[in-house]
Design a protein around this ligand. Structure first.
Ligand SMILES: Nc1nc2c(ncn2[C@@H]2O[C@H](COP(=O)(O)OP(=O)(O)O)[C@@H](O)[C@H]2O)c(=O)[nH]1
Ligand SMILES: [Mg+2]
Ligand SMILES: [Zn+2]
Length: 426
């Protein structure tokens, strides 16, 4: 992430707006970081009175160390009307800055360098896909889902297999071979445990000095890993429920933190531009389906096909078994013909995702046909009253459902954004 534009010293910009970085989103409130000349906000006098800001908030303390403050922001109505979704990681323009209560209003969002939909975050370069190896057990297809999702968003995926302290030597060996398979695809892999400091140091090194978001199901240890990387973060963590072996939604916000290095490196760190290296924590989510991508996009997001693709008979080959026998399939598809050289589990994941993408396309096509049929009836000239009645009903239903959608959106917090995520809640 490029450095945050410095505000003019001691004064607002000519147009009355200020630049800031959205660092947290929780319960419809955005916390925005603005840099300030030392003492200027504090000098505004009256201590801050809002509940969150008077309570002990480690995130506020961290940002205070970067010569700035967090202001709580709403979003200008016009932006919402235009459908602009403000995300953590966004650089935004603020007006109505209230120095006493530390509030402001977001009036514009800077062009994004990247955007991820799950978790919702802007301007990160890489995604650390965190999986637990136990509690909950490793789910290779879920891992492939996240990886493909990240690749489709144009971001760099990294893998972290966490909780390796819970593995016996045999399971650890199996994990090493899984690690090698993903490394062969060009993806960096770290084995970690919050109880093994050397693994945390390796993870820190792997993250480099850039912007990373942690993604993965609840309970895999995302918040714990950030706490291990920088204890001052003090993020909430909660034990995995013993009955279901699944995580609970302990993290309810998306939070961006500067990835401050350990004590010995801190002196140098302070000299660098603030926020050149950041890490984002997010709530877990379990539901991720490939219903927004075309089969072709999906095919292109599997790096292992690249070597074989040119040898397939058809340019747009999706490497799916079509014919009655494998021999016939292999005659036209180089991927299927060389399946023994590929990772069987990955190929199975691909075929599962492909089926989802096909199903979504079929649904879309069917919806298109229904609309067409409605209009055909309208212009068909048979039973005018009846045709009119059908149209009115449909319009009314559509309006009602849109209204409901709007109401839901306005009252939803980020965790609840997708009702399908409810299955992860306690
Ligand atoms: N044994 C073990 N437990 C861990 C490790 N990392 C996290 N945990 C535990 O896993 C549970 C869920 O962690 P949390 O950080 O809340 O997961 P998140 O939902 O992904 O943020 C907590 O009880 C943590 O103490 C690890 O490396 N080893
Ligand atoms: Mg968490
Ligand atoms: Zn093929």
């Amino acid at each position: 992430m490029p450095p945050l534009p410095e505000p003019p010293p001691g004064a607002d910009a000519a147009d009355g707006t200020r630049w800031g970085l959205v660092i947290r989103y929780q319960s419809n409130v955005y916390d925005v970081f603005i840099t300030e000349p030392p003492g200027s906000l504090q000098a505004a006098g009256t201590p801050c009175t809002t509940a969150r800001q008077t309570s002990q908030d480690p995130v506020q303390t961290i940002f205070k160390g970067l010569n700035g403050v967090l202001v709580q922001c709403s979003v200008k109505g016009l932006l919402k009307k235009e459908g602009v979704d403000v995300l953590v990681g966004d650089r935004v323009s603020l007006d109505r800055l209230d120095h006493v209560n530390r509030t402001a209003r977001i009036v514009a969002v800077d062009t994004r360098q990247s955007q991820l939909s799950r978790p919702k975050v802007a301007n990160v370069k890489q995604v650390l896909v965190v999986c637990a190896t136990r509690q909950p057990d490793l789910d290779p297809q879920q891992l492939d889902r996240y990886l493909t999702h990240v690749t489709l968003a144009g971001l760099t995926p990294l893998i972290c297999f966490n909780k390796v302290d819970l593995l016996d030597p045999e399971a650890l060996q199996t994990l090493e071979s899984i690690k090698a398979r993903y490394e062969a695809l060009g993806i960096a892999v770290v084995l970690s445990s919050i109880f093994q400091p050397h693994s945390i140091a390796t993870l820190r090194q792997q993250l480099g000095d850039t912007s990373t978001v942690l993604a993965g199901a609840s309970g895999v240890g995302k918040s714990s890993l950030i706490n291990a990387l920088m204890p001052q973060a003090e993020l909430d963590v909660k034990a995995v429920s013993s009955k279901q072996q699944r995580g609970r939604h302990t993290t309810r916000s998306v939070t961006l933190l500067p990835l401050i290095k350990q004590a010995t490196e801190q002196a140098n760190e302070a000299e660098k531009t603030p926020l050149h290296s950041t890490i984002v924590d997010s709530p877990g989510f379990s539901y991720l389906k490939f219903d927004q991508v075309t089969p072709q996009q999906l095919e292109a997001s599997f790096p292992e096909f690249a070597a074989w693709r040119p040898a397939c008979r058809y340019n747009n080959c999706l490497h799916e078994p079509h014919q009655t026998t494998a021999v016939e399939d292999e005659a036209y598809c180089a991927v299927l013909a060389n399946a023994d050289q590929l990772d069987t589990a990955r190929l199975a994941s691909y075929h599962t995702f492909l089926a989802e993408a096909h199903a979504a396309q079929d649904t879309l096509a069917a919806q298109g046909n229904t609309e067409e049929a409605t209009y055909k009836t309208l212009h068909g000239g048979k039973g005018k009253d009846q045709d009119l009645r059908i149209l009115k009903l449909k319009t009314k239903q559509r309006a009602a459902s849109r209204r409901k959608e709007r109401q839901q959106l306005s009252t939803m917090t980020l965790d609840e954004f997708d009702p399908r995520m409810q299955d992860d809640l306690d």
